[in-house]
Write a protein that binds this ligand. Structure first.
Ligand code: SAM
Length: 246
């Protein structure tokens, strides 16, 4: 997969050199290209923002450098990328959207700062590319860089060969299938007793059917405690008799 990122702080993306994503880049599974938005400004101050039309506080990112930067990324390519614009006013970023984006060959992320990017940029490219405005949560960050790091990590770990064990993706919280609308329950490793605290005996039993049942019960309990609104999305047809008892 190719990922282009345009930002006024490309140095924010140093973490993409390490761990799973760093290794995926080394192997060539992921081709990440960083672009400095200011390279497409033409004044001595390399200005990317201006005051908002209609008044109000803060500054808005000017459309001209964005247009030139995106055009330069698209230049000479037969097919365009899917353009992802992080913004608190976008659609929620979910595991489902991460899976959807992981199936794309090429993504372009446009990192806003200040009060965001002049809306005409999204309108302009919306006629040529698939454009998604995406929020990573109901809070406001200072810029899109951290949101893009979150999305690239969530998408990158879904690419074939990036995780050592592909099974862990289908067992994760929110994974489509048996974990859709569920949070993963507690996990344990050796030793069997630590500071007097025992691992639940069922996990040491070797009985796969009972362990699977225990894990599902714990997932249902944790979801009910921390995210009860998710249970509504389970649908009665997805629940068995045992689930309903939990
Ligand atoms: N004025 C905007 C609003 O109220 O919706 C907030 C702009 S925010 C200070 C600056 C930039 O941070 C945004 O353009 C976006 O790129 C990024 N950002 C902030 N919060 C975000 C979130 N929850 N999800 C995705 N991006 C976010």
């Amino acid at each position: 997969m190719r990922i282009d990122i345009i930002s006024i702080f490309p140095e924010y993306f140093a973490p993409l050199d390490v761990s799973l994503i760093g290794k995926a880049r080394e192997r060539g599974t992921l081709d990440v290209r960083l672009h400095q938005l200011r390279d497409w400004t033409h004044d001595i101050h390399r200005t990317v923002d201006d005051t908002p039309y209609g008044g109000g506080p803060g500054m808005v990112m000017k459309p001209e450098p964005w247009g030139e930067a995106i055009d330069a990324v698209l230049a000479g390519e037969a097919e365009g990328p899917r353009l992802i614009v992080p913004t608190p006013s976008g659609r929620p970023f979910t595991q489902g959207l991460a899976l959807d984006l992981a199936a794309e060959p090429w993504l372009l992320f446009a990192c806003g700062r200040y009060e965001g990017i002049d809306s005409r940029v999204m309108a302009e490219y919306g006629s040529r590319l698939r454009v998604d405005e995406v929020s990573i949560g109901d809070y406001v960050l200072a810029g899109g860089e951290v949101a893009v790091l979150v999305m690239v990590e969530a998408i990158g770990r879904l690419l074939p060969g990036v995780l050592g064990n592909a099974q862990s993706v289908s067992d994760d919280s929110f994974a489509p299938g048996t974990m859709a609308n569920l949070l993963e329950g507690p996990v344990f490793t050796k030793p069997p007793v630590w500071r007097g605290r025992e691992v639940p005996p069922i996990l040491l039993s070797g009985h796969h059917g009972k362990i699977a049942r225990w894990r599902r019960d714990e997932a249902l309990r944790r979801t009910a405690a921390n995210r009860p609104e998710l249970l509504a999305g389970l649908g009665p047809e997805t629940l068995d008799k045992h689930d309903r008892a939990v």
